[in-house]
Design a binder for this molecule. Structure first.
Ligand code: DQA
Length: 140
């Protein structure tokens, strides 16, 4: 069975209550439960942290053994050379995801330190962005 790791960065633990007009009203755990039920042929793991170094450590930890990483580094996407370097350093392919269309928002959200080393980027489809990323690994 393929092993996929969903990694969520800062403030995504507040999904459901945080700016619901942008990020929706489903909590992270409600969403993850549905997704795990919907894709029983893959093992889906999840990690969320508000701390940059913890995200880097998790990327390193799973980055040589998992089949795929689905990474929403949230605000660190736009600032973190360290997370970008971690994505470059590992073997596991990373799909960068965002709930919102970051290109339709403030200019500082147009920059990504992850995208140049990602397998692909999926953004703007709400929580469905994560599902599209999962599907991209299934169809390989
Ligand atoms: C986000 C977009 C980022 O710009 C923002 O900082 C987030 C969430 C998204 O999923 O749309 O926290 O990554």
């Amino acid at each position: 069975m393929k092993k996929l790791m969903i990694i969520n960065g800062p403030n995504l633990n507040l999904l459901g209550t945080r700016e619901p007009d942008i990020y929706g009203s489903l909590s992270l755990h409600e969403f993850l439960d549905t997704v795990k039920e919907k894709y029983p042929t893959v093992e889906i793991f999840h990690f969320q942290s508000n701390i940059e170094g913890e995200l880097i450590s998790k990327i390193q930890e799973v980055g040589f053994s998992f089949d795929g990483i689905i990474l929403n580094a949230a605000a660190y996407t736009h600032t973190s050379v360290g997370i970008g370097d971690a994505v470059k350093a590992i073997k596991t392919p990373v799909v960068e995801v965002h709930i919102s269309n970051t290109f339709a928002r403030e200019e500082f959200r147009h920059q990504s330190y992850i995208a140049p080393n990602a397998k692909g980027v999926i953004l703007g489809f709400g929580l469905q962005s994560y599902e599209l990323a999962i599907q991209s690994f299934l169809s390989e």
